[in-house]
Design a protein around this ligand. Structure first.
Ligand code: SIN
Ligand code: FE2
Length: 216
């Protein structure tokens, strides 16, 4: 990444290139916010955010929910996708039409046509919550991209290489930004630095991240 790529990091319509097939689409979700937020509230009511435990026994600091045919769960037995929310014993809430349309448009804008996600993970970060460097590799299909929508408080996204020890770029992600990575960049390590304290005017003291995947 060259230094000019980071200019305009808060400019709707700008694109930041993170790799040959990895982009941040600045403000791409802003026209969708009024549809996304009520849908998000309905999902939260049906499948409340919960802190999951990693197989190693640690409690994750970001709280998680899901919508769509498959949701992501973690416990002492491992990480996996499941059609059933283990908290309720019911299927996950349906993926709202607005979520799906936004994910398809963002994927296409980043060069990934024909993306049909079957899972949307919803992470909620409160001040101090973080996500350590990891690869998204519980999905069956590594050709499909990951489409990641940021809402609420700004965060610093870490986008590394194919080895955990590779130096990671620090990429600010603001309300409405969408990161998309796939193809040769699909398995790059990524994470989120601890969330700060500055509340967002509309969402308050939280950051919500939607990640769309083709999991099954
Ligand atoms: C994730 O890697 O699943 C979440 C990334 C983010 O919160 O931006
Ligand atoms: Fe991830």
């Amino acid at each position: 990444m060259t230094s000019w790529d980071l200019f305009g990091d808060h400019d709707p319509g700008q694109r930041t290139r993170l790799g040959p097939q990895a982009w941040v689409l600045r403000g791409f979700a802003l026209p969708w916010i009024d549809e996304l937020l009520p849908a998000l509230n309905r999902i939260e009511a049906a499948a409340p955010f919960r802190h999951m435990r990693t197989p190693g026994g640690f409690m994750m600091s970001a709280a998680l929910s899901s919508c769509g045919p498959l949701g992501w769960t973690s416990d002492r037995r491992g990480y996996r996708y499941s059609p059933i929310d283990p908290e309720s014993g019911l299927v996950w809430p349906a993926m709202p039409a607005s979520f799906l349309r936004l994910a398809l448009e963002a994927a296409a804008a980043a060069g990934f046509e024909d993306f049909i996600p079957d899972a949307c993970l919803i992470n909620r970060y409160l001040p101090g919550a973080r996500m350590s460097l990891h690869q998204d590799k519980n999905e069956r299909d590594f050709h499909a991209p990951i489409v990641s929508v940021s809402l609420g408080m700004s965060a610093t996204f870490l986008f590394g290489g194919h080895a955990r020890s590779d130096k990671a770029a620090r990429v600010p992600l603001h309300h409405g930004d969408i990161a998309v990575w796939g193809g040769v960049d699909r398995l790059r390590y990524h994470g989120v630095l601890p969330l700060g304290e500055t509340p967002h005017p509309r969402l308050g003291r939280r950051r919500i991240n939607l990640t769309f995947r083709k999991a099954g």
